[in-house]
Design a protein around this ligand. Sequence first.
Ligand code: CO8
Length: 261
Amino acid sequence: MSYKNILIEIDEDNIVTLTVNRPKAYNAINRETMNEIGDFFLNGYKEIKVILGVVVTGAGDKAFVAGADIKAFLDLDNEGAATLSREGHIAYNAIENFHKPVIAAVNGFSLGGGCELAMACHMRVAGAKAKFGLPEVSLGIIPGYGGTQRLIQLIGKGKAFELTLTGDMIGAEEAHKLGLANHVVKQGEEVTKAKSILMKTADKGPIAIAKAISTMNTYFNKSQNGFELESVEFGNLAATADFKEGAGAFIEKRKANFKGK
Ligand code: CO8
């Protein structure tokens, strides 16, 4: 298990902390990072003898994860972007279906693919300065790593539509009120709180924990069609001039001028 963009640490209580480690890019997730996250939850974890649970967090004091790396999917065509979206689904579904509890310690910006990462975890602990949002429509695309499905599951249709269609960013308290964050803690205490929740599972039956996770997940798994549609539409949108304009505007630090094409 050797990764470039994520750090894996194990403490004396057998809690694994996975840190997305690209602080200069606000921990934005490029393909390599996504594949490393997926690899850990599908294979890499097997190298660790005992795991009580996993805390997922971001390096530095600014961001949890500020999204998919916009610069990395700028040049993808329709099929390429849809494929990248599907790779994200595989990685994030592996988190959702992990047999041990996984908690996001949201220590800053949690936007787009970063908010989707937090939502794939079983629970979320937000630092007081955390910001959540799905700003993809500002770039001329839609959430592509499960966000069109998981935000509705967590906060209900009305608020999910509002947040997704406006691209609004919300703070930790609002996220807590909506049920997006399980807890809000003082900035810097997210990992400690996440670990204290995991410690409450330490004396519980490990098979029961695993089965509770897999059984509860079936509630949301009536069909995968929503995810597939998301990938197809993500691919379509990534091929539009509007997306080139939206991403270009972000990189050039200016306002986007969408033409609807
Ligand atoms: N991708 C790439 N680089 C990023 C990203 C990102 N998502 N977010 C921040 N960065 C970089 C910036 O480019 C900047 O780098 P540099 O110093 O080299 O210019 C550095 O991080 C710091 O960012 P800012 O200077 O912008 O910092 P601010 O404090 O002024 O602003 C924000 C912080 C508000 C977080 C701002 O950076 C921002 O708006 N970032 C983009 C947020 C966003 O739109 N996220 C959604 C991306 S799209 C997405 O996630 C789609 C998911 C599905 C993908 C499906 C498959 C392809």
